[in-house]
Design a protein around this ligand. Sequence first.
Ligand code: AR6
Length: 176
Amino acid sequence: MQVKIGHSVLELVEGDITQQDTEALVNAANEQLRVGGGVDGAINRAGGPKIQEEAHKIGRCPTGQAVITTGGNLKARYVIHTVGPIYRDGHSGEPELLASAYRESLKIASAQGIKSLAFPSLSTGVYGYPVADAARVALGTVKDYLAQHPEIELVRFVLFGKPTFEAFAAALQEIG
Ligand code: AR6
């Protein structure tokens, strides 16, 4: 599923982010940048130890911010590590922090001249963010950014499993 935003493409696919050939992958990391489970574990396993070596030198990443490392052995040249919020009740700044995690990742891509990147659904696994709500925030934020930043040619959401893919597809139709 694809939409055009100006000259850029926003795409939704179901699959495994580690197999993507975009210039960068975005990782759902934690503030300590310590390898965890979920998509973080998968990216570090597929990309090898170089990713963690660089992340360790950077040290920390506050929630809503992003940092960049090599992609190691991945097809993608870079991994952008961002930290989404841990979901509490939806009224503790979660939507703003989730939007910030997407936006700061995109800003790093623009600054590095990266033209294509793949996102997972941030915060909706271990961090417990309800996927329908997270999908609206994710897609709204990326759409707004692409409308202002034609230098990013492709943003692909790689959704793990059918329920997550369908939640994003419904949200994309809803926000138009
Ligand atoms: N490709 C794409 N999406 C994936 C993959 C994959 N290979 N594997 C899992 N997902 P999560 P969070 C989906 O838990 O909620 C880690 O321990 C998954 O189904 O990876 O932001 C970190 O170190 C879900 O839809 O990230 C942090 O401590 C989505 O990716 C913490 O988890 C996000 O789930 C971050 O939690």
